[in-house]
Write a protein of this length. Structure first.
Ligand SMILES: NC(=O)c1ccc[n+]([C@@H]2O[C@H](COP(=O)([O-])OP(=O)(O)OC[C@H]3O[C@@H](n4cnc5c(N)ncnc54)[C@H](OP(=O)(O)O)[C@@H]3O)[C@@H](O)[C@H]2O)c1
Length: 320
């Protein structure tokens, strides 16, 4: 089968189209014929050596498609079912193995590319607004990279809960997308902390959701009210340096967290709840999923170039 593999860490060019054996599902696993694979920033960190992975490495954890084989002991799934997961393995391929416990049924009315587009970023946006900070009517918050994959979903989920949502974007076209997603104010990165306070009656915010990292974290801390929360959930612009805890005291007993999705999918019930809410909101039209670009599987390197180059909006998929 066709797949995309890196034999060493490096730039996007290390991602090469190769022929590999079709995997077989073990106990508790499904084999899925992949209809669409999600491209996520974490695959950039794994490809370029920021995160350690063994090589050769077939990237990808997010996919949707049809079950073609079921391993021993699997309950709840049959050959032919349409499934989605954010936690598969080696998903940059025509077929991928998925632990059944990490899969969800794709509801009628949601197509495979849309399901693949909302799994990892949708679960992330969901845990951020429900469990990292309980966003509700009156919450004031800032989302960085508001026209990105997580950003567009996060804005919509926060607005649906009644929050006032500020967001930053890197271009005029992205500004329009973030506005259409419901952001109350869309800002440039330059001077965003001061601007947020001006627009918020001189007050800092309850929470900042920051997936940009190196270039934004200091402004994010400066944008918070006393006892506000900075959720640093990614580092698209590069890693955040070590932070002196006294910086949190100086900002007003601030709280800093560095969440990651796996810790918010701890039980089958928790995972099922998040998929139900996210896929349900897509199915009933209350959560809009923007697929900004779809690349052929063999051109995964170009997908990475686009994502790292800040030229993408919404979700990036591999299909076909
Ligand atoms: N912790 C978790 O559980 C979890 C799960 C999913 C994703 N994440 C993180 O969430 C963040 C967003 O992920 P995503 O997949 O939705 O990506 P994305 O937001 O679609 O793409 C990244 C965006 O970051 C902004 N950015 C600012 N400076 C950048 C730079 N120097 N290089 C590249 N991008 C830059 C760009 O938007 P502008 O041009 O508008 O600035 C870019 O489009 C990533 O940091 C990712 O690692 C974390």
């Amino acid at each position: 089968m066709q797949a995309v593999q890196a034999t060493r860490a490096g730039g996007p060019e290390v991602l090469e189209a190769v022929e590999l054996d079709r995997p077989t599902p073990g106990e508790g696993e499904l084999l899925v014929e992949v209809a669409a694979t999600g491209v996520n920033f974490v695959e950039v960190y794994r490809r370029n050596g920021t995160y350690d992975v063994p090589f050769p490495h077939v990237p990808g954890t997010e996919l949707a498609g049809r079950v073609t084989a079921v391993g021993a002991g699997v309950t709840g799934f049959r050959v032919g079912d349409r499934v989605v997961t954010a936690e598969g393995r080696e998903a940059y391929a025509r077929f991928a193995v998925v632990p059944a416990e990490a899969a969800a049924h794709v509801p009628d009315g949601v197509d495979d590319p849309t399901a693949a587009a909302v799994a990892l970023q949708g679960l992330t946006a969901h845990y951020l607004v429900t469990s990292v900070h309980r966003v509700e009517a009156g919450t004031t918050l800032l989302v960085h990279a508001g026209a990105g994959g997580v950003g567009l979903l996060l804005i919509q989920l926060a607005k649906a809960r009644g929050a006032t949502v500020f967001t930053t974007v890197g271009s005029p076209a992205k500004r329009e997308l973030a506005q259409a997603a419901g952001a109350d104010a869309v800002l440039d990165y330059d001077g965003f902390a001061d601007r947020v306070r001006e627009l918020n009656g001189g007050l800092g915010l309850d929470v900042v959701f920051d997936g940009v990292g190196a270039t934004t974290w200091e402004g994010s801390l400066a944008a918070l009210r006393p006892r506000g929360l900075l959720a640093l959930f990614g580092a698209a612009s590069g890693p955040v340096p070590p932070i002196d805890p006294r910086r949190l005291m100086a900002g007003g007993s601030l709280v800093l967290t560095r969440p990651t999705m796996g810790d918010f999918l701890q039980t089958p019930d928790e995972r099922a709840w998040r998929y139900r809410e996210v896929l349900g909101a897509v199915a009933d039209g209350t959560l809009e999923v923007r697929i900004g670009a779809t690349f052929p599987l063999a051109e995964a390197a170009d997908a990475h170039r686009a994502l790292e180059g800040r030229s993408t909006t919404g979700k990036v998929l591999l299909a076909g």
